[in-house]
Ligand binder design. Structure first.
Ligand code: HEM
Length: 218
């Protein structure tokens, strides 16, 4: 095995690759949120932006990269969690928060479950939007804005997104700070606070879209 391959399959290597892919996925989420907030302010700009994106041949490379980051992040997370569990075959007699300097929280203890949720959420989301109904504007480009507005008239779908964004918030609450820790960056408290702020802004920003569209009624 090459030195790189043996590093990547070691415990530290898996933590590092999970951290790097996690931060890259957060980068995607921040740009995805900024673009999608246009839904609420300018339909034409939103359609033009998404047209520019899908008509750029580099989109295939970006999508392949995104899929790779997602798979590496997920597989590393599952392996790390399973190794942690196998290392202690017998469960604790009592399940309690350690308190004191421990950073264990509901968010950190449920990372694997919030992660598994996205295995369901992301494909459903892509089927609904990327492969959803194809409307066209008068200028002959895809009217993605119309599709999003129509989809978010459905209260069940809005509820699914609200739950999904709360789960996303939980995942980011612990994930961001933890990624920097895996990369050996210090400033633990500041990073934790920054991660928690980012979680609230990203999840809250995404949550606003379906709720606002539903409340405004299209
Ligand atoms: C209310 C929130 C969201 C809205 C309105 C939204 C909207 C959209 C739309 C319209 C597309 C299709 C873009 C196109 O075909 O040009 C898309 C793609 C996508 N979305 Fe979202 N999104 C939201 C939240 C999320 C979240 C939370 C995630 C990840 C956890 C996510 C991940 C993706 C991915 C991976 C794609 C496929 C990108 C590609 O293949 O180019 N989205 N989204």
């Amino acid at each position: 095995m090459s030195a790189l391959a043996s590093f990547l399959t070691s415990s530290i290597g898996r933590k590092v690759s999970m951290a790097i892919t996690g931060l890259l996925l957060i980068g995607f989420l921040v740009t995805h949120l900024a673009a999608n907030l246009l839904i609420l302010v300018d339909a034409e700009a939103y359609n033009e932006y998404s047209h520019a994106l899908i008509s750029n041949p580099l989109i295939y490379l970006a999508e392949a990269g995104l899929l790779l980051f997602f798979v590496v992040h997920f597989v590393s997370g599952v392996i790390i969690t399973m190794r942690g569990r196998n290392a202690r075959k017998q469960g604790y007699a009592e399940d309690r928060w350690a308190g004191g300097t421990s950073h264990k929280s509901l968010s950190s203890a449920t990372m694997i479950f919030s992660g598994i949720f996205f295995l369901l959420f992301v494909p459903l989301h892509i089927i609904g939007f990327k492969f959803g109904a194809w409307y066209e504007t008068s200028t002959g480009i895809r009217d993605l804005h119309r599709l999003v507005i129509e989809e978010f008239q459905n209260p069940l779908l809005v509820a699914f997104y609200v739950v999904g964004m709360i789960v996303l918030g939980f995942h980011l609450w612990h994930g961001f700070g933890s990624a920097f820790e895996s990369l050996g960056v210090t400033y633990r408290t500041q990073l934790r606070r920054a991660g928690q702020l980012l979680a609230v802004l990203v999840a809250g920003g995404f949550l606003l879209i379906p709720v606002a569209v539903f409340v405004m009624g299209g």
